[in-house]
Design a protein around this ligand. Structure first.
Ligand SMILES: C[S@@+](CC[C@H](N)C(=O)[O-])C[C@H]1O[C@@H](n2cnc3c(N)ncnc32)[C@H](O)[C@@H]1O
Length: 242
């Protein structure tokens, strides 16, 4: 997800244009490592970036304190209200999965209302190794993009990623819902792309992405990003029914 962040034109522009390059890693967890890595990645786009790790759990804030290097990297107690700050980018990974689907909209709204002008929220879920990831990118107006990112060599089929869907979509992976149709279509493209396995699983993923786009799905980017195991599309591809 960090790699996608620095590769995404949308995020790069927001970060580069920000008056105050403040980024929040909300719910960084037991170890501050995700915030540390995010700060170092984002510095390639905006050398004066400041990353603020926010956690509800005060013990986790104390545990992260030795890694602090203010103002470049700091840790503070805070929740969806972002501790009164106005970041240009909020990353919340593996946080909302502890909540109910009904709580997602309010959590999104609370964070979005506190972003800096033209700020973005990246909210999603991944496995422990970060090899199966799904996330939503939102602006103040709501969801914009949906991204899958994986290590194609670890997949039997793209729908293996469904177990890591963000809370807004994970209960929607049932017939009649767009996200279910997406995984069916992507699995079909993956099957059609099987001959590309000769060139490696990444080549097969690239071909599956190309076929999905040719099928009319609102796929973004090109083979340069697909080759990394990413696949970003417009949120409209998966907007839940009703
Ligand atoms: C599973 S950990 C995720 C750690 C890290 N983001 C990652 O992806 O590896 C979830 C963390 O979110 C924190 N959390 C839950 N709700 C939160 C909220 N509303 N605001 C801030 N942190 C929250 C929990 O305390 C927990 O440490």
């Amino acid at each position: 997800m960090d790699r996608w962040t620095v590769g995404s034109r949308l995020v790069r522009t927001a970060l580069r244009d920000a008056t105050d390059p403040l980024v929040a890693d909300l719910g960084y967890g037991a170890s501050p490592v995700t915030a540390v890595e995010l700060a170092s990645r984002l510095a390639s786009v905006r050398p004066d970036v400041r990353v603020l790790g926010l956690e509800l759990d005060p013990e986790r804030v104390s545990a992260a304190s030795p890694a602090a290097d203010p103002p470049r990297l700091d840790f503070r107690r805070g929740g969806f209200e972002l501790a009164g700050t106005r970041p240009v980018l909020v990353r919340a990974f593996n946080v909302l999965r502890q909540y109910t689907e009904a709580e997602v909209a309010a959590a999104w709204r609370t964070m979005l209302d506190r972003l800096a002008p033209r700020g973005l929220l990246v909210e999603g879920t991944c496995d422990e190794l970060g090899r199966r990831c799904c996330w939503v990118t939102l602006s103040a107006t709501g969801p914009l993009l949906f991204t899958l990112a994986c290590r194609p060599a670890d997949l039997d089929r793209p729908s293996d990623l469904a177990e890591r869907l963000p809370k807004s979509l994970i209960h929607r992976n049932v017939p009649g819902e767009p996200v279910h149709a997406l995984f069916e279509a992507l699995d079909r493209c993956w099957a059609t792309a099987a001959p590309f396995t000769t060139f490696g699983p990444r080549a097969r993923w690239v071909e599956a992405a190309r076929l999905l786009a040719a099928d009319g799905w609102p796929v973004r980017d090109d083979r340069k990003r697909w080759r990394l195991g990413e696949l970003t599309m417009d949120w409209t591809a998966v907007t839940p029914a009703g």
